[in-house]
Design a protein around this ligand. Sequence first.
Ligand code: AMP
Ligand code: MG
Length: 410
Amino acid sequence: MVDCCSAPGLMPFEQALETMLAAIPPITDVENINLADCLGRVLAADVTSPINVPPHNNSAMDGYAFAQSSLAANKVLQLAGRSMAGQPFQGMCQEGQCIRIMTGAKMPKGCDTVEMQENCQVTGENVNFEAPRKLGDNVRYAGEDIKQGQVVFTKGKRLSAIDVGVLASLSVNVLKVFRKLTVALIATGDELTAIGQPLGDGDIFESNSYALSGMLKNINVNVINFGVIADDENAIRAAFLEADQQADAVISSGGVSVGDADYTKLVLEQIGEIAFWKIAMKPGKPFAFGKLPNSVFFGLPGNPVSAMVTADLLAMPALMKLQNCTAAPALTLKAKTLTDLRKSPGRMDFQRGVLSHENGELTVKSTGSQGSGILTSIASANCYIVLPAEQGRVEAGKIVSVRLFERFFG
Ligand code: AMP
Ligand code: MG
């Protein structure tokens, strides 16, 4: 692994992400599971359709089906039967005849076109068509959505609620997916108090494990929460080793800088490998990526905003890779900033903003104070305002890059 710790300066964000992704070995274990359990799982093989969808030509409207050639010759056709969804007309529609048909019902033999009922006058057995129709109007063709044998979803696809619906429409009941990842969470810090406990002098409530656990649940991994570990080298080593036994990935927060009580780097060097250390991004400069004997390791900074942002932008893409997931990257747009944006050149900024649409243009506002401990700066945001490293202060009215939040935050 590349050891960038000794390199002078900071590693650019993109380089950090690339280096890390290149070092992640995707898991190979697969399992076959029922469709009902597939939400959020990652496909381990392409899925092809066993059938045509729709399975038969059918009507897109409530109305009347007929042969278009009949209507070309005659405005009035004789009603000869009906075709309902699930109860198709069994006979043959002859020249000069039409069939009452409902949306989704199978096209009767002899019919190739449908007119919607609003354009028809019915008198007894006679149906009067107001206007001519083109051949095939209002007909949905067999296989027009999905053809039998067609690849519907490719390996690496994480199945959404919509995807599960599509698979149900094909009656695909068993799918080969990659096994679920297990991720261990470790919060480090002597000052951290579990919620609901009395707060000691100088202490704060531990929140990172809740936010991170939520993010991990949004990508459907098993989470093992190790709770709070004291700023103690032995305790941290023991926790890392235990977590390494149980999980595919270990995520710690806090203790990753170079303060007197920061042991993450030291312990990682003792029992594993460390890949890089300081990234030219804000928030989130101190971020450790490395390997433990059995797992990959992410050392997030302790500040809650830095922890969430580095989890979102670095750890999550890495976990996606580990899980073989080929999700498209977040959408980046250009928007006009309505607020001045404070920045000094040096690091790439991921300021938190609210993107909206005003008077026909995309606009973005900063959520205010961007301190890395100010959780509300991210709670009220829906996007990052991404400012390149060399960028200085930005004045209101300028166009900036905006990256929409992914669904990791839920
Ligand atoms: P550290 O990275 O350990 O220097 O922590 C930086 C800041 O983040 C300190 O103010 C910590 O109290 C705070 N912090 C660290 N871990 C957590 C956590 N799990 N929950 C909330 N705040 C934390
Ligand atoms: Mg600490």
